[in-house]
Design a protein around this ligand. Structure first.
Ligand code: SIN
Length: 366
């Protein structure tokens, strides 16, 4: 008996607006029962990206009914989520990554849908804007929506997102995680995502890491068949949902996006952000931070066996220090107006997968 679809339909309803009293809100400590457990995370003692709170301050939960599901409440420092939103709207949606727009338009190498929207200096986004029409982007090994398989077409997985995913995976006890494919989903207020499982990867032991930005979502998580009644959970700006173990192949869906008043981009970034900018630039920097607080000295310079600095064994050519500098630069240069316009009526979810078992590659499927 399908117990998933009726719940999906119940939350999808527009009129009357669904009753949200049973939606699990991990932010609301009063609601926590013995069904919900706080989960202790391991500090992976890895060099980390700027803009993440120390792991000891992260709050993570599991649900007894859904072993292997982890929800980490927004671990980003205020405003830093917006770097990732910006990447999803700008760099990740550029070539060579693939988007839904490719079926309709010829994208040039240097087309930035985001920059084109920013340049218009508009007060609203309209249904004719390419930015509005952007619905998905695939990264790394590109997912084929028709065959529901990964193609052997591979383009380099973004180094920054690879670092972030590896860090999150390590915190949950998966230090070998390798980000090989990603899907960015862009939702508007009326978008939904039907119940499905993510089973096309060849490695189901590796977790699926999914990060939410912008407007709130109701996320449904069920079991490996639709016979399990799903639980509904709020996913908010910056929240991370990880499906691993017994939940790795569980049915999940997004029946509703809910408008929230949260302004994801703070009106002002703290002054230390621009101070850091000066200190990550020159080799002989001077800054007002203690060694520990200073990006230029605190970040890794370690050389991995591949020869790259700060590689964390992921063989990227961009060091962590460069990525951190880019994060700060991007945030300081972000066009607030365009950003607010887009995010007040949109949600972005980026989910990152390890496709292959360690050592396996195409064409040694399964
Ligand atoms: C997905 O399952 O592909 C996305 C889930 C989400 O948007 O939270």
């Amino acid at each position: 008996m399908d117990l998933f679809q009726p719940v999906f339909k119940q939350y999808k309803k527009r009129h009357p607006f669904p009753d949200l009293k049973d939606v699990i809100d991990f932010k609301n400590a009063k609601q926590l029962t013995q069904e919900i457990e706080r989960f202790s995370l391991k500090d992976p003692a890895l060099p980390q990206l700027v803009g993440l709170h120390p792991v000891k301050e992260w709050k993570a939960y599991t649900l007894n009914k859904h072993p292997g599901l982890y929800i980490i409440l927004n671990p980003f420092e205020s405003g830093f989520e917006c770097y990732w939103v910006s990447q999803c709207l700008d760099k990740y949606s550029q070539k060579p990554n693939i988007t839904n727009l490719d079926a309709h338009i010829e994208r040039t190498e240097d087309l930035s849908i985001w920059n084109d929207f920013v340049k218009l200096n508009r007060t609203e986004i309209t249904k004719d804007d390419l930015l509005w029409k952007l619905r998905w982007t695939t990264l790394g090994y590109h997912y084929n929506w028709d065959t529901k398989e990964y193609s052997d077409h591979f383009t380099p997985f973004p180094a920054d997102l690879s670092f972030l995913a590896a860090y999150i995976a390590a915190v949950l006890g998966y230090p070998q995680f390798s980000a090989e494919a990603g899907i960015v989903n862009y939702y508007h207020m009326d978008s939904t995502l039907a119940g499905h499982t993510d089973h096309s990867e060849f490695d189901h032991d590796a977790p699926l890491i999914s990060i939410s930005f912008g407007q709130e979502a109701i996320f449904l998580i069920g079991g490996v068949t639709k016979e399990t009644e799903p639980s509904a959970i709020f996913l908010r700006h910056g929240d991370i949902c990880v499906m691993a173990g017994a939940s790795r192949l569980a049915y999940h869906a997004v029946p509703k996006i809910i408008h929230s008043d949260t302004r994801p981009l703070p009106t002002e970034f703290p002054s230390w952000l621009s101070d850091h900018m000066s200190c990550v630039t020159p080799a002989n920097h001077t800054c007002s931070f203690s060694e520990e607080g200073c990006l230029a000295t605190a970040l890794t310079d370690q050389t991995c066996s591949c020869g790259s600095k700060g590689c964390l064994n992921m063989c990227t050519d961009m060091s962590l220090k460069e990525i951190n500098k880019d994060i700060i630069k991007t945030l300081l240069e972000l066009d607030r107006n365009a950003f607010d316009i887009y995010l007040k009526s949109s949600r972005i979810n980026v989910n990152i997968r390890q496709v292959f078992k360690p050592g396996q590659t195409f064409p040694n499927k399964r």
